[in-house]
Design a protein around this ligand. Structure first.
Ligand SMILES: [Zn+2]
Ligand SMILES: [Zn+2]
Length: 258
């Protein structure tokens, strides 16, 4: 019997075989500094649920467990529907209710942490723990990218390979949102469709922000949804630059790949 032909790579890849492209993707913003919908609670922090069909991946848990659970309920998402949890980094505005949330997950659900996270806390033993050092595929078309974000701090971003290009989700982007974009492009040389999450630019000057906006354009980023710690000034500058390709998101937002 002839050996099966390996599947064709979807994009011309410089670094890794990129598996399958996903055609179904829904991102629900559960927690953010701003509220996008009546009935949702806002607060400094970030969390979203990435639904790729067969897996529901929770990315961060925000800063206040009460608000997190209330917002999750507003979306009608039961905790036991979550198959994987990815924590971007160990800061308190992304990890609230760490034990409370994880204790509600089904046995064998997977927990993805960036390296050095575990000095912060011990995860419950019923979960399958995966520590990511730099880059790995966590499901077909779903990748974790880890970069150093400070002293003893590593941050993990989520990369989703969709038919429209890469979607990158950031927590606080402490390593630098451009550094994350650069690393993502090195690993998966695909056009960038959307970058969503905290860009951590709230302490940057207008000039510094302009340089970052220009870099986004150089990378050919098609759409952006900066939120959480991006800061109002940076949001305005991105909005001016990206116009109708800028998405104002907040707790209660649902974005679907269409
Ligand atoms: Zn942080
Ligand atoms: Zn943050």
């Amino acid at each position: 019997m002839a050996a099966p032909t390996p599947p064709e790579p979807i994009f011309e890849s410089r670094a890794v075989y990129t598996g399958q492209i996903m055609t179904k993707l829904t991102i629900r913003v559960i927690y953010d500094n701003c509220r996008a919908k009546e009935g949702f609670q806002e607060g400094w922090g970030f969390s979203c649920l990435v639904d790729v069909g067969r897996r529901k991946i929770l990315f961060d848990t925000g800063a206040d467990p009460k608000a997190f659970f209330s917002n999750l309920q507003n979306f009608n998402i039961p905790c036991d529907a979550i198959t994987d949890v990815v924590f971007s980094h160990k800061h308190a505005d992304h990890t609230a209710g760490f034990h409370e949330v994880l204790s509600k997950l089904n046995e064998g659900s997977r927990l993805f942490l960036p390296k050095r996270f575990l000095s912060f806390t011990k995860p419950p033993s019923h979960l399958q723990l995966e520590v990511v050092d730099d880059f790995r595929e966590i499901d077909s078309g779903v990748y974790s990218l880890v970069l150093k974000g400070g002293l003893f701090l590593y941050e993990q971003a989520l990369l989703l390979q969709t038919e429209k290009g890469l979607v990158m989700i950031t927590g606080c982007a402490h390593p630098g949102v451009i550094q994350l974009l650069e690393a993502a492009q090195k690993k998966l040389s695909a056009p960038v469709h959307l970058v969503l999450g905290g860009f951590h630019l709230f302490r940057k000057s207008r000039h510094q922000i302009s340089e970052i906006v220009d870099a986004f354009k150089r990378f050919g980023v098609e759409k952006i949804a900066p939120c959480h710690c991006t800061g109002e000034v940076a949001q305005e500058q991105f909005k001016t630059a990206f116009q109708d390709r800028f998405y104002q998101v907040g707790a209660g937002t649902t974005l679907a790949l269409d």
